[in-house]
Design a binder for this molecule. Structure first.
Ligand code: ADP
Ligand code: MG
Length: 226
């Protein structure tokens, strides 16, 4: 029985998406596009509570990811994420480079050499990424960092994967929406980690740039599957 025609998979009228290497490469390509499109916005967010480099860093890093993907096309989603991790670690400076590098590396390890990512595996990869960010940066929820986008995304993905009907797109959407809400929720927070914490109370009233870029990346994962 073909996957697209399977009963109990995608809701009626929608073909189940396969989260394979083609999806992964499209995800990273759309992430690069999003970083380019939102470069100025991320710069402005970082200008308010940091040093204005986040948009520049992320745009440069993901453009380098596109070059690497073209040079050495990966064979599995895990390989695509590992290549991304290595590239972001070497090309993105500041706090975000090592944090995103660790996130993508842990996600790659979690996926292993599987040809496709099922809903539970996506939830697991997001959890691994979040745990990597926390291991590296030691931020907790509410510290006004990218963790405030990733943790709700992990929880939403786990829930959707558990309640789900086997439809990967539903799980991707749940994670992206939760990350977006998580990023918005950083607005009133007072930063307790990273450069923004130097501002103390004055960091309140601004969105955390890393939470904003994280939400864009998780939204791109939906776009790649839609
Ligand atoms: P830098 O702060 O070195 O200029 P970027 O501007 O590229 O680096 O990235 C800033 C983002 O990194 C912040 O918006 C925040 O989301 C994230 N960040 C900084 N420190 C931490 C940390 N300890 N844990 C998690 N995320 C962090
Ligand atoms: Mg910065």
């Amino acid at each position: 029985m073909g996957r697209a025609g399977a009963h109990g998979g995608a809701p009626l009228g929608r073909v189940a998406v396969a989260l394979d290497v083609t999806w992964a490469v499209k995800w990273l390509t759309l992430s690069a596009q999003a970083m380019a499109e939102h470069r100025v916005e991320l710069i402005e967010l970082d200008r308010a509570i940091g040093d204005s480099d986040h948009g520049e860093n992320m745009d440069r890093g993901f453009q380098a990811v596109l070059d690497k993907l073209a040079e050495a096309p990966p064979q599995t989603p895990g390989a695509a994420l590992k290549l991304t991790a290595m590239t972001l670690m070497s090309k993105v400076g500041g706090a975000a480079g090592p944090l995103y590098g660790t996130a993508f590396l842990r996600a790659a390890t979690s996926l292993g050499d599987a040809a496709e990512v099922d809903p539970a595996a996506w939830a697991g990869a997001l959890a691994a990424a979040r745990d990597g960010i926390v291991a590296r940066g030691k931020a907790e929820s509410g510290d006004k960092t990218m963790v405030d986008a990733w943790t709700p995304a992990v929880e939403a993905a786990r829930k959707a994967a558990m309640d789900g009907n086997g439809d990967a797109l539903t799980v991707l959407v749940a994670a992206a929406e939760a990350a977006e809400a998580g990023a918005v929720a950083t607005d009133p927070m007072v930063a307790r980690k990273g450069r923004a914490s130097y501002l103390g109370e004055r960091s309140a009233g601004h969105r955390d740039p890393g939470a904003a870029s994280s939400a864009l990346i998780l939204r791109a994962a939906v776009g790649a599957a839609a």
